[in-house]
Design a protein around this ligand. Structure first.
Ligand SMILES: Nc1nc2c(c(=O)[nH]1)N[C@H]1C(S)=C(S)[C@@H](COP(=O)(O)O)O[C@H]1N2
Ligand SMILES: [Mo]
Length: 313
């Protein structure tokens, strides 16, 4: 099934009018909330991107201070634009994200290539403040805008044989200069077990800091799995595939003894070349203790009950 593309992902496409009126209320409410929470957070001024309308989910937010917008958008891992942190912000501007479509296939009743705007339309957007921790021992706190991956999965109706969901990033070396070198096996692929994918914390993000995702953060659609190391949160997704077998993942293929399929944030399991016990929150000086499941243990530990998390790292 091929759905015809419309010229642009307009704000109306991603706006539920009911949230329109509440947005101002939210912005004021949040300012008050954040101040009383003790963290002096910067005002939510615009950063020049297209504004999104969304519903706040303070119930799903972490209380930590937000990472500075400049750090969130200039200190990135996006190997398609180079292996250093600065290249994505410098080079991702040339990536064309419109038109964009996502192929849904495999063990699913409603496969097809969906235009992004059609894929997003039924899903009201939410803001969720999540931690993101890179396996390289730095972390950030980011106000993501998106919707639960579970909502999309439910809509496309996986079959009973679907045990895993695999994701693929765009392969377009003309616009992604990092792909002209074989530093990774392109395109970048990642995967989740079905229960991880269906977990209410698992987010498909289309924005951050109230605006459409900057390209360097994975525009126009990326995964955010807050209890796993950052590399699971695949960017610029073009394919979502349902399978019976556990899919291969890019980092596991690149270094199987360093990066497992699960990649849960686990301070007890060292990376072979360094300890994972501590992390540097970008913008802070003193190192923090890394929390099991990145602080989301209460919500997700049950998914791994009975599994040896040293073996399934
Ligand atoms: N396609 C793709 N997705 C990716 C990566 C990448 O190189 N390519 N890097 C991952 C890693 S290692 C991290 S830590 C996060 C970084 O996300 P951010 O730049 O938005 O903070 O993206 C993840 N998703
Ligand atoms: Mo990472």
């Amino acid at each position: 099934m091929l759905i015809r593309r419309k010229p642009d992902l307009t704000e109306a496409d991603v706006t539920d009018p009911a949230w329109y009126a509440r947005r101002r209320e939210f912005l004021q409410g949040t300012a008050a909330l954040l101040l009383t929470a003790g963290g002096l957070r910067p005002a939510r001024a615009g950063h020049g991107g297209r504004r999104l309308d969304f519903r706040p989910r303070p119930d799903l937010a972490v209380p930590d201070a937000l990472t500075d917008y400049t750090d969130v958008t200039t200190y990135n891992n996006f190997y398609e634009f180079g292996t250093d942190k600065a290249s994505p912000a410098e080079l991702a501007g040339r990536l064309t994200t419109d038109p964009w479509s996502v192929t849904v296939d495999g063990e699913v009743a409603r496969p097809g290539t969906y235009a992004l705007e059609d894929l997003l339309k039924p899903h009201p957007l939410e803001e969720r403040i999540y931690r993101l921790r890179c396996v390289e021992r730095w972390s950030m706190v980011i106000p993501w805008i998106g919707f639960p991956l579970a909502d999309l999965i439910t809509r496309v109706e996986p079959t009973s044989r679907a045990k895993y969901v695999a994701f693929t990033t765009l392969y377009r070396p003309e616009e992604m200069p990092g792909q002209r070198r074989h530093v990774l096996d392109w395109p970048y692929v990642e995967g989740l077990r079905m229960d991880e994918a269906m977990h209410p914390l698992t987010l498909l993000a289309v924005g951050l800091y109230g605006e459409v995702l900057p390209n360097q953060n994975g525009a126009p659609l990326r995964l955010v799995v807050p209890w796993k190391y950052g590399f699971k949160s695949i960017k610029s997704i073009v394919r979502i595939h349902f399978s019976e077998r556990q899919p291969m993942t890019t980092w596991h293929k690149a270094a199987p003894h360093e990066y497992g399929f699960y990649a849960n944030v686990n301070p007890e399991v060292d990376h072979p070349r360094w300890s994972q016990k501590r992390e540097r929150r970008i913008g802070e000086f003193r190192k923090r203790k890394t929390l099991p499941f990145n602080g989301y243990a209460e919500q997700v530990a049950h998914l791994y009950a009975g599994m040896d998390l040293r073996r399934f790292f």
